[in-house]
Design a protein. Structure first.
Length: 81
């Protein structure tokens, strides 16, 4: 059994710009970031989120260990590369 939880945070590019209005996919769910890069998605530990932004720009965020007792967890600012 794999523990799923909802995470929320803000995705930014290496330049510091938000990953705005991007479709997000993972092995467990789908989501979308807003114009400031904030997002929420259902996932599990050690998953990879793929952000597909406007103009064909995409980047990835690797999710680490999240704790298996949480159902809703903040992950803060994450760097999308």
């Amino acid at each position: 059994v794999e523990h799923l939880l909802t995470i929320f945070g803000r995705a930014v590019r290496p330049s510091g710009q938000p990953v705005a209005n991007a479709m997000i996919t993972s092995h467990r769910g789908l989501g979308q970031s807003n114009s400031d890069g904030y997002f929420e998605i259902e996932t599990s530990a050690n998953d990879v989120l793929t952000f597909d932004g406007s103009g064909g720009l995409s980047c990835k965020v690797r999710i680490g260990e999240l704790g298996n007792k949480l159902d809703y967890a903040p992950i803060g600012r994450v760097l999308c590369q």
